[in-house]
Design a protein around this ligand. Structure first.
Ligand code: ADP
Ligand code: MG
Length: 619
C-alpha cells in the first residue's frame, strides 16, 4: 500500500548486521539481554520524561517488560518482548533501527572486519553489547511495533511497524494493521530461526533472564508461562481470576483449557492449563539502593542467589565510585566464608568467574580478560554496575576498555580497604578471616608487588611469646637496640617444635621474640619482603645473627672469639676431620645456651628448608 515505506539499510548497518550474524553465532544468547536492555532504557526514558511532562504516561503508570514465547502450533515459533516505555514514532523507527547515527561506528566496523580472528571480533562486539541487531542472531524476521508516548506535539500517536528479515538489505515501516494495540511502548516479535527454537522453552528463557537480566532491571520483568494443574472442579473458576496479566487494565487474557487427556479427569478434579505472568525480578537490585536501606539478610540473599553459595559471606562492602575516566559505578564486594576446594590446586593465572560487570543494570561480562584479578584476589565476588558506560557498540570501544582496565585496580584497592577495616574494627571477624585467608595474604604479598605491604600487614604469625602477631606488633615489641626481625622457618613443623629448636633458645632466653614460621609460604614470604619497616628479617638458623645487646664491643668480641678458637683448636680440628663430608666448617658460636652444638646453614646458602624441598624434588 501507499503507507508501506521501503528503506534500504545504510551500508554500515548492512555490514554490522553481517558481522553480528556471522561472528557472534556462538554468542546468540545475548539477544535477550540486549532487547531487555533496550526495553529498560525505553522505560527509563519514559520515567525521566514524565518528571516534566506528565502526559507521556497517558494516565497509565504501568512500567514493565513482558516476555512471551509462542509455540509453533500457532504459526512459526516466536518470542515477543514488550515494554511500556517511551516508544517510537515511525520516523524514530526508521532512524533508530535502520541507521547508525553514532560516531566511531565506521572505525569499529573496520577493526572488527579486519580482525584476524573472528573470536576476537566477537569479543570486541560482545564486550559491550550489540544492540538491536543481535535480534538477527536468532530471528529470520523481526517485527517491531511501536507507539510513541503521548506528548503535547503528538497527542494521538499511531502504532507503526518496522519489519525486516535477516537476509534482506532493506526494511519496511508501515502503520500497524492491528491498530493501536499497545497503548504505549514497543513490542518486538522475533520469528525464530529453525536452530533457535530452543528459546521457546520456558526453562531456557527463565535461565537466560535469571543469568542476565533479573536482579538487574529496576522495572518488573514478567515471563509468560503455562503449567498444568489438577484442581478440584469447584476451584477451577478461582484459578481463572488469580492469573491475570500483571498491572494490565485490559480484558483478562487468561485462557483455561481442559487438558487433552480425558483420563486425567475424575469426578471431583480436573486438569487445567494455567497461564501465568511470573515476575522474574521481584527484588529491586540491591546495589542500586542506598546501603543504609539494605538489610544484612538482603545482602546475604542476594549473595546466595547470585553466586549459588549457600554459606553466608564473611563480609561485604557496598560502595559507589568513579573510575577516574568519568565512569561512575556502584559495586558490592563480597568475601566468601571459604575458598573453593580447587583454589590451591589451580594455577597462578588469576581468573575470576565471580565478577558481574553490569552496565546500567544489564549484565555484560564476568571476565576482565587480560586484566583479570591477581590470583590472591581471584576468589572475590563482585557485582559492579557502571552508570554511564555506553552499552552499545557504536560508541568508542576504547573508552570502555579503559574502564575494564581500571576495574582490576579498583576492585583490588577496595578489597584491601575492606580487609584492613575488618582488621581494625572487628577482632573476632578478622580471626575468622585469617583462618580462611591467611595463606592467601602471604601469597598476595609474594606475587602482587603493588599490594605487598598492605597484604603483609594482614599476616599473623605465632612467636616464642604469643600467637597471632602481626609484623607491626612484632616491631612494637622489639628490644632496645634490636636491629633484626628474628624468625625460624621450617615448613610443616608445629609451633612448639619450632620453639624447641636450639636456634631459638638463646634469643628467647635473652627476651627476644622469634617468629615461628611453619606455613608453606612463610619462608618465601619473608624472603620476598626482606625487610619490614626497614628492619631486615634474620633467619636464626643462618649465620649473620646480630643481637644489639651484646655486652662486648665488636673489638673485644673479636678478641674473645680468637682466644676461644685457639683454646679449642684441637677439638675443632678433630670435629672438622670427622664431619668433613657433612658440614662446610666448624666454628665457635655464642648463640647457644643449653645445647652444646648446632648445625646452621650458610648465610648465603640455601636454608635447610629449601634444601629439603629440592632433595625431595630430585628423588
Ligand atoms: P543502543 O541501545 O545502544 O542505542 P540499540 O541497537 O540497542 O542501540 O538500539 C538502537 C536504538 O533503537 C536505541 O538507542 C533506541 O533509540 C531505539 N530502541 C531500541 N529498542 C527500543 C525500545 N524497546 N523502545 C524504544 N526505543 C528503542
Ligand atoms: Mg541497546
Amino acid at each position: 500500500s501507499a503507507d508501506k515505506q521501503k528503506h534500504d539499510y545504510q551500508s554500515d548497518v548492512a555490514r554490522l548486521r553481517k558481522i553480528v550474524i556471522n561472528s557472534l553465532y556462538s554468542h546468540k544468547d545475548v539477544f535477550l539481554r540486549e532487547l531487555v536492555s533496550n526495553a529498560n532504557d525505553a522505560l527509563e526514558k519514559l520515567r525521566l520524561t514524565a518528571l516534566t511532562e506528565k502526559e507521556v504516561l497517558g494516565g497509565a503508570e504501568n512500567l514493565n517488560i513482558t516476555i512471551k514465547a509462542v509455540k509453533e502450533e500457532d504459526g512459526p515459533g516466536r518470542i515477543i518482548i514488550t515494554d511500556t516505555g517511551i516508544g517510537m514514532t515511525p520516523e524514530e523507527l526508521t532512524k533508530n533501527l535502520g541507521t547508525l547515527a553514532k560516531s566511531g561506528t565506521t572505525e569499529f566496523l573496520q577493526k572488527a572486519e579486519t580482525s584476524a580472528d573472528t573470536a576476537g571480533a566477537g569479543n570486541l562486539i560482545g564486550a559491550f553489547g550489540l544492540g538491536f541487531y543481535s535480534s538477527f542472531l536468532v530471528a529470520d524476521h523481526v517485527y517491531v511495533s511501536s507507539v510513541a508516548a503521548k506528548s503535547l506535539k503528538n497527542p494521538e500517536p499511531t502504532q507503526y511497524v518496522f519489519s525486516s528479515s535477516a537476509d534482506e538489505s532493506s526494511f519496511e515501516v508501515y502503520p500497524d494493521p492491528r491498530g493501536n494495540t499497545l497503548g504505549r511502548g514497543t513490542e518486538i516479535t522475533l520469528v525464530l530461526k529453525d536452530d533457535a527454537l530452543e528459546y521457546l522453552e520456558t526453562l531456557r528463557l527463565t535461565d537466560l533472564i535469571n543469568k542476565h537480566s533479573s536482579f538487574s532491571s529496576s522495572f518488573p520483568i514478567y515471563l509468560f508461562t503455562q503449567r498444568l494443574e489438577t484442581v478440584p472442579v469447584e476451584e477451577a473458576e478461582v484459578v481463572e481470576t488469580l492469573a491475570a496479566k500483571p498491572e494490565s487494565d485490559d480484558e483478562d487474557e487468561v485462557v483455561i483449557e481442559e487438558a487433552a487427556e480425558e483420563k486425567e479427569k475424575t469426578a471431583e478434579t480436573k486438569t487445567v492449563m494455567i497461564d501465568e505472568w511470573v515476575q522474574m525480578n521481584a527484588q529491586a537490585p540491591i546495589w542500586t539502593r542506598d546501603p543504609k536501606t539494605v538489610t544484612d539478610e538482603e545482602y546475604e540473599a542476594f549473595y546466595s542467589a547470585t553466586w549459588k553459595d549457600y554459606e553466608k559471606p564473611l563480609a561485604w562492602h557496598h560502595f559507589t565510585g568513579d573510575s577516574g575516566s568519568g565512569v561512575s559505578f556502584r559495586a558490592i564486594i563480597y568475601i566468601p566464608s571459604r575458598l573453593d576446594e580447587s583454589y590451591w590446586r589451580e594455577g597462578l593465572e588469576g581468573s575470576n568467574k565471580d565478577l558481574r560487570l553490569m552496565v546500567k543494570r544489564t549484565f555484560i561480562t564476568n571476565s576482565l580478560g587480560e586484566d583479570s584479578l591477581p590470583k590472591w584476589a581471584s576468589w572475590v565476588k563482585v557485582v559492579i554496575d557502571a552508570d554511564d558506560l555506553p552499552l552499545n557498540v557504536s560508541r568508542e570501544t576504547l573508552q570502555s576498555n579503559k574502564f575494564l582496565k581500571q576495574l582490576r585496580s579498583i576492585i583490588v584497592r577496595r578489597l584491601l580497604q575492606t580487609l584492613a577495616r575488618i582488621q581494625d574494627e572487628d577482632k573476632d571477624k578478622f580471626e575468622e578471616l585469617s583462618k580462611v585467608y591467611a595463606n592467601v595474604f602471604r601469597l598476595g604479598a609474594v606475587e602482587d608487588v603493588k599490594s605487598r605491604d598492605k597484604l603483609a600487614t594482614l599476616v599473623r604469625f605465632p612467636t616464642t611469646q604469643r600467637n597471632n602477631t602481626s609484623l607491626d606488633e612484632y616491631l612494637e615489641n622489639k628490644k632496645q637496640g634490636q636491629k633484626q626481625i628474628f624468625y625460624l622457618a621450617d615448613m610443616g613443623k608445629s609451633e612448639s617444635d619450632l620453639a624447641k629448636s636450639v636456634f631459638v633458645e638463646k634469643l628467647h632466653a635473652r627476651g627476644y621474640e622469634v617468629l615461628l614460621l611453619g606455613q608453606p609460604l612463610d619462608e618465601v614470604f619473608v624472603q620476598n619482603l626482606k625487610k619490614w619497616k626497614k628492619v631486615p628479617f634474620q633467619d636464626v638458623a643462618k649465620a649473620g645473627l646480630k643481637f644489639g645487646d651484646e655486652e662486648l664491643d665488636p673489638k673485644e668480641e673479636k678478641e674473645q672469639q680468637k682466644q676461644l678458637t685457639e683454646e679449642y683448636k684441637p677439638l675443632m680440628d678433630w670435629l672438622r676431620k670427622e664431619s668433613n663430608e657433612i658440614v662446610r666448617d666448624v666454628v665457635i658460636s655464642n648463640r647457644l645456651v643449653t645445647s652444646s652444638c648446632a648445625i646452621v646453614a650458610d648465610a648465603h646458602g640455601y636454608t635447610a628448608n629449601i634444601e629439603k624441598m629440592m632433595s625431595a624434588n630430585n628423588n
